[in-house]
Design a protein around this ligand. Structure first.
Ligand SMILES: [Zn+2]
Length: 66
């Protein structure tokens, strides 16, 4: 069986991996209702709208927190 004769340096391994191992920034989308930044494919955190429909009533949410 063929085997590697020499160990690769950390630098060489890093160069190969570099493109695939980046930590990705969290992608954000803009809410169509209030314009706040939110995670895509989720209900808006500030107004409770998703796809132009009020999914979560923010009054109820506030009541539970306080
Ligand atoms: Zn919103």
């Amino acid at each position: 069986m063929p085997n590697p004769k020499r160990r690769h340096s950390n630098s060489r391994t890093g160069k190969r991996r570099g493109g695939n191992q980046k930590i990705k920034r969290a992608s954000l989308s803009v809410c169509s209702n209030c314009g706040a930044l939110k995670l895509p494919h989720t209900v808006c955190n500030s107004c409770g709208y998703y796809k132009g429909v009020s999914v979560v009533k923010m009054e109820e949410k506030k009541g539970k927190k306080e």
